[in-house]
Design a protein. Structure first.
Length: 224
């Protein structure tokens, strides 16, 4: 259609990949639109040859995991007539934590983090509160059993980081002993166990001294 007077171009129209008729375009000077004729020359559809699409690219397989990460959380209500145990350390206080075992929220959070890193559920699955065998149990003993699950699956603990949230009592004087107790049960060095303490600024049930909670993050490293 460029520079040749009276030149005509022809083509076809169709829908859905099938051709149903021909049309012509003319570049003759005209006040009419360039599309001067639309003629269907046949009612018989023609098939178009389309390229075969390439198969989808498959994702590259990931290498075997060498680390796993888990997080845990626990909270227990404060009540009278119970001992307050955190990280395996008994702390003098007028209230203790209510629970089926010794209600050590710090150790429970660590256990949940370990189980989470292994995708093995939570501590309630292994030590259900409906089982009297675990009534009053020492949570450090339970932690050692959870650690055995780690070893059985050819993993080892790289490090642990935790936060205990309590308005009272002050926990700073007890933190080093907590780290030593937890590390000793797990066969770690104390510098592999982090324990921090904070308050909840008098907000919520922990801030009202109705309970104490703890958070934990665990890094597992492949032992293979």
């Amino acid at each position: 259609m460029e520079g040749v007077e009276g030149r005509e171009s022809r083509g076809s129209v169709g829908w859905g990949g099938r051709v149903y008729g021909d049309f012509s375009l003319s570049d003759q000077p005209s006040s009419e639109p360039a599309l001067t004729a639309l003629e269907f020359s046949s009612s018989t559809p023609y098939s178009l040859s389309l390229p075969t699409p390439s198969p989808p690219l498959l994702p590259t397989p990931l290498p075997p995991m060498t680390i796993r990460i888990g997080n845990g959380y626990d909270i227990h209500r404060l009540t009278t007539g119970r001992r307050l145990i955190l990280g395996g350390v008994e702390i003098a206080h007028e209230f203790g934590l209510l629970g089926h075992s010794d209600a050590d929220v710090l150790t429970h959070a660590i256990m949940d983090a370990i189980l989470g890193a292994l995708s093995l559920g939570d501590i309630g699955h292994y030590f259900p509160p409906t089982d009297q065998k675990w009534a009053g149990a020492d949570s450090l003993v339970l932690l050692s059993q959870v650690n055995q699950l780690v070893r059985d699956r050819n993993w080892q603990i790289g490090n642990i980081d935790t936060v205990v949230v309590a308005e009272r009592p002050k926990l700073k004087p007890h933190i080093e002993k907590m780290r030593e107790k937890i590390a000793g049960v797990l066969g770690l060095e104390p510098n592999q166990v982090g324990v921090k303490a904070t308050t909840n600024e008098k907000l919520g049930p922990v801030g009202r001294e109705e309970g104490i909670c703890a958070y934990a993050v665990v890094l597992l490293v492949s032992a293979g």
